[in-house]
Design a protein around this ligand. Structure first.
Ligand SMILES: [Zn+2]
Length: 270
């Protein structure tokens, strides 16, 4: 009898402990997750600046600064696809965002151009199989080369976005991404040099998630001495990431829970 009683007592204790644990466990964090994706890494150096600096290092610094700014705001969660110098296939970056149900995916890159004359400034790209212009097509082609020569396995993204439902979803998601790109461009216009056409579109492989609004920011030209000076400046990085973080938070505030058809007509704050 005492044996049964002891067993029952143990069982009640265990249930009690579990209930206590359940009661003590914090509620799941409902804040939206923003995935920041520093381009390149590892054997993929990205572009090389006029001073010999690599794109992969510049964009990692910038991404970390942006992540910190967003975290400090307290209204969002932030994850980096890489926080050190490792190679990550392009599709893997997209998978990381999708697996965690990210609210936004922001890929950070730096451009370079061999054109005559000084080409400078920040450009924000959204995904589109039909590029907005020849320059956008060139940038997407260059960035998509990151995986060339590296065996990354068959992408499963293709099949999921080729069906009609995936296509519709991708179109809605990209409409949100365009709004975000426009919002960010207007937010930083008075602070930084923007490209002549600061919001463009092209078929970037990292901007293909059908369910996560995704943008790619070229934070400047590594082929420009002036841009490179800014990219290496902690003050510039601090100001620019502050402004971008504010724009991202504002965008999420305004569009969370808003359907994309409503989002199409939502005003863009100056
Ligand atoms: Zn790049």
């Amino acid at each position: 009898m005492s044996h049964i009683f002891r067993n029952l007592l143990t069982l009640f204790c265990l249930i009690g402990v579990n209930l206590a644990c359940w009661a003590a466990s914090p509620p799941p964090d409902q804040r939206p997750l923003i995935v920041i994706d520093p381009g390149h890494g590892g054997q993929d150096l990205g572009a090389t600046g006029v001073t010999g600096v690599f794109e992969k290092d510049i964009v990692l610094e910038f991404s970390k600064a942006l992540a910190k700014k967003l975290e400090t705001m307290g209204t969002v969660r932030v994850a980096l696809t890489r926080d050190h110098d490792i190679f990550l296939p392009l599709d893997e970056r997209v998978r990381i965002a999708r697996k965690q149900n990210a609210a936004l995916f922001i890929s950070i890159h730096g451009d370079t151009i061999a054109a005559t004359g000084e080409v400078r400034g920040i450009t924000i790209y959204t995904g589109d199989d039909r590029p907005s212009d020849a320059e956008a097509a060139r940038v997407a082609e260059a960035e998509n080369r990151a995986d060339s020569g590296v065996l990354t396995g068959e992408s499963k993204l293709g099949s999921s976005i080729n069906d009609i439902l995936g296509d519709l979803m991708l179109r809605e998601t990209r409409a949100h991404a365009i709004l975000l790109a426009q919002e960010l461009a207007s937010r930083i216009a008075d602070l930084v040099q923007l490209n002549r056409n600061p919001v463009r579109a092209a078929g970037f492989r990292v901007l293909r998630a059908p369910d996560v609004p995704s943008i790619l920011i070229e934070i400047g030209y590594l082929s420009s001495k002036e841009d490179l000076n800014l990219l290496m400046s902690p003050e510039w990085r601090d100001h620019t990431t502050s402004r971008m973080a504010a724009g991202i938070a504002e965008f999420l505030n305004r569009t969370r829970g808003v359907t994309s058809s409503e989002a199409h007509t939502a005003p863009i704050s100056p």
